[in-house]
Design a protein around this ligand. Structure first.
Ligand SMILES: [Zn+2]
Length: 367
């Protein structure tokens, strides 16, 4: 059975990976595999929907977590679930008797990690004295020892780690800033320490490294305000999530007609229809550089839009399965929901509700 290490680097841009800036990520991808153009995620391309897809193997339509906006306010029912409606990979491991560990730079555990056998921060409570980044999340350096301990403990069959700093620095300084580039290099060094800690069981190990979304700078255009000025618009509520928004349609509205109205608004690039209980909801995505009107805006970079629905997608390790997963990454950009079903057979666990693809599965038709 494989030992699986899954790392999520929050807000880490795929384009930052290179031999000079991130030598460990680069080498892992060269020896294993990497989707050169990155993987994909759904809109809004934000943290909670992405990590819930990663850790359940389901798309937001099934796991129910549609937005990260409720970090700052309680969400109405039409905007989706506050925790995933389906079991996570941690629960599937527990059912199979496998021990798991999660060390995350996020006190809310990305909504998904509470079923891990070893969890840091313990019970989602950041211990007093922990070093925090500018947004109040534990620094990468604060998470790293817990992650290294989990990797070195041979009892852990599945280890999940989350490093947050690239997201914080990208929001505050912009994804192309010197501060962000320094952070990408430092994050790469932290990844290197984790890979070194995994070296003694390398032939049994599969390492997967992803990010949850990309990050982009804003242009000088005004924010897109869906509630201002649209006379007789067939919607009544909007939840902005950076470069995407959830739009609640009025009862008896034809979603296609509402979509056409939304698409005609300056700055909107895409829309799709979603059902949430009895409600019809449209998910709109903004053009590159554009953001939806919100109570506050990040100073530097932001995400949520189609332009940032791009993830890191790297596989490595000495386990024989790495080669076929690598071949799949070379052919097709993976979705975040593909990783859990790809890892499940390597761990000998069942994720019957997962709707992602098994990467490299010969029985599935080519794209
Ligand atoms: Zn994120």
């Amino acid at each position: 059975m494989a030992r699986v290490i899954l790392l999520g680097l929050d807000g880490f841009p795929n384009r930052a990976v290179g031999a000079g800036l991130t030598p460990r990520l680069w080498k892992l991808g060269q020896e294993g595999g990497r989707a050169a153009d990155g993987g994909v995620t759904d809109l809004p391309s934000s943290t909670d929907p992405g990590f819930c897809s990663l850790l359940t193997g389901c798309r937001p339509e099934k796991h129910g977590v549609r937005t990260t906006a409720w970090r700052f306010a309680r969400l109405p029912q039409w905007a989706g679930a506050e925790i995933p409606r389906v079991p996570t990979i941690f629960e599937a491991c527990r059912a199979a008797g496998l021990r798991t560990a999660a060390a995350v730079g996020d006190d809310r555990g990305l909504l998904c990690t509470d079923a891990a056998d070893l969890r840091w921060p313990p019970d989602g409570v950041i211990p007093l004295g922990t070093a925090l980044d500018a947004h109040g999340y534990p620094t990468n350096a604060a998470v790293l020892p817990h992650l290294l301990g989990a990797v070195r403990d041979a009892r852990n069959q599945f280890v999940f780690g989350h490093l947050n700093e690239a997201d914080t620095v990208g929001h505050d300084h912009g994804p192309q800033s010197d501060a962000a580039r320094s952070c990408y290099a430092a994050t790469d060094a932290a990844v290197g320490e984790i890979l070194d800690a995994a070296a003694d069981r390398w032939p049994d190990t599969v390492v997967v490294i992803v990010s949850d979304h990309d990050m982009q700078p804003r242009d000088a255009s005004p924010p897109i305000d869906l509630m201002g000025g649209a006379d007789h618009a067939p919607w009544d509520l909007v939840i902005p999530d950076g470069g995407a928004a959830l739009v609640h349609l009025l009862p008896h509205t034809d979603p296609q007609a509402a979509g056409k109205r939304l698409e005609a608004i300056d700055g909107i690039e895409s829309w799709s229809s979603a059902h949430q209980g009895p409600s019809e909801v449209a998910i709109v995505g903004a053009k590159p550089g554009r953001i939806f009107a919100a109570p506050g805006y990040p100073v530097g970079g932001f995400h949520g839009a189609p332009a940032t629905a791009r993830t890191l997608a790297i596989v490595g390790g000495g386990h024989p399965a790495v080669e076929r997963i690598a071949r799949s990454l070379a052919r097709r950009r993976p979705h975040l929901a593909d990783w859990a079903p790809t890892l499940a057979p390597l761990l000998g666990i069942d994720l019957p509700q997962a709707d992602g693809m098994v990467l490299g599965d010969q029985r599935q038709p080519p794209p």
